[in-house]
Write a protein that binds this ligand. Structure first.
Ligand code: SF4
Length: 243
């Protein structure tokens, strides 16, 4: 029996990107192929799945993990799909679970909910395996860290994503270099200068500071010289106190 490890399931408000404010069901999956320095997510698979059945209650049911696929489909339908804009599949990196997702997504789409994929944009081959059942792709462009850069794989991923609705998100902080932003900007321009691009100021941690106001203005202007749709949007769920 096919099973999927799940970190948590809940109904909440999308806090990032151009869909900020819409109501979504969130399906958070564990594990990630990257180690971003600003990561705010525990990516290890918990021993039990936690699920908030009543939105905002802070009360979670705990149940077996990994979850059999049939059971997961039933659990997701506890929420009223008609009240939700889409199902956000997030992580971790959800594309590490494409075989399991292929068993779930066609059924959920038949039930009438859109599929919104949040991804770090580094696994283009895995994307192809679920692309037919995805409606909206929120793709990160990761600026280099720890001596690793992702430009080629990001370009390949972005080109494949054009078959669907896609927008690009770049997390920026006080030490972000203009050279790296130029690489990111020119990559997007090479694929499609009309692509919505979000500069997301990092939510400050002990070691990483959110950009200063003038930096955000300068960087947005820099992107707008070659792209038409560039917005600066922070993680709004953090200051709304949402999950
Ligand atoms: S890709 Fe996302 S989940 Fe993975 S380490 Fe980076 S921020 Fe964390």
């Amino acid at each position: 029996m096919l099973k999927l490890p799940v970190t948590e399931i809940f109904s909440s408000i999308q806090g990032e990107g151009p869909y900020v404010g819409v109501r979504q069901i969130f399906l958070r999956l564990p594990n990630c192929n990257l180690r971003c320095p600003y990561c705010d997510t525990v990516t290890t698979a918990p021993q039990q799945l936690r699920m908030e059945t009543e939105a905002g209650s802070g009360v979670f049911n705990m149940s077996e993990n990994p979850v059999p696929i049939e059971k997961l489909i039933k659990l997701l339908q506890i929420y009223d799909f008609s009240l939700h804009h889409s199902l956000s599949i997030t992580g971790g990196e959800p594309l590490l679970w494409v075989n399991e997702l292929r068993a779930i997504l066609p059924f959920l789409r038949e039930k009438g909910i859109k599929i919104y994929l949040e991804t770090n944009g580094t696994l283009p081959e895995q994307l192809h395996k679920i692309l037919p059942w995805v409606d909206i792709i929120s793709m990160d462009i990761k600026l280099p860290f720890d001596g690793q850069s992702f430009w080629d794989v990001h370009e390949s991923f972005l080109r494949s994503s054009l078959q669907k609705e896609v927008f690009v998100k770049i997390v920026v902080h006080q030490e972000t270099s203009l050279t790296e932003l130029q690489y990111a900007r020119d990559l997007i321009v090479a694929v499609d200068p009309l692509l919505p691009t979000i500069l997301q100021p990092v939510t400050a941690t002990n070691e990483i500071n959110t950009p200063k106001p003038y930096q955000l203005l300068e960087w947005q202007s820099f992107f707008l010289k070659k792209l038409t749709n560039v917005r600066v949007i922070p993680q709004t769920h953090v200051f709304m106190g949402q999950l």
